[in-house]
Design a protein. Structure first.
Length: 94
């Protein structure tokens, strides 16, 4: 299901950003806290930060293939994990 949303993320908790399987996303950290992004092959949250990418305030990527960002994972879901407090992440995908 296509989505264009801003999602609030609690600190030290994985929050699913995508609401359906997807291959391409536009994502931006709009909050003050740094956030780690990680892809998975299903709806089960990651269990660690291994292989994640850290985004600080206003960092993001437009129209990126998850396979390009996470070539070691046939990723279909994207997750956020704030490490420094609450985060706000903008996500858009088809």
């Amino acid at each position: 299901m296509p989505q264009n949303a801003t999602i609030a993320c609690e600190p030290a908790v994985w929050t699913q950003l995508t609401n359906a399987d997807t291959t391409k996303v536009t994502v931006q950290n709009q909050g003050m806290a740094a956030v780690h992004l990680k892809a998975t092959t299903g709806t089960t949250a990651p269990t660690d930060l291994g292989g994640s990418f850290r985004y600080t305030k206003n960092e993001g990527q437009a129209n990126i293939l998850l396979a390009d960002l996470f070539p070691g994972v046939a990723g279909v879901r994207l997750w956020a994990y704030p490490t420094d407090g609450h985060a706000v992440v903008s996500i858009s995908h088809a």
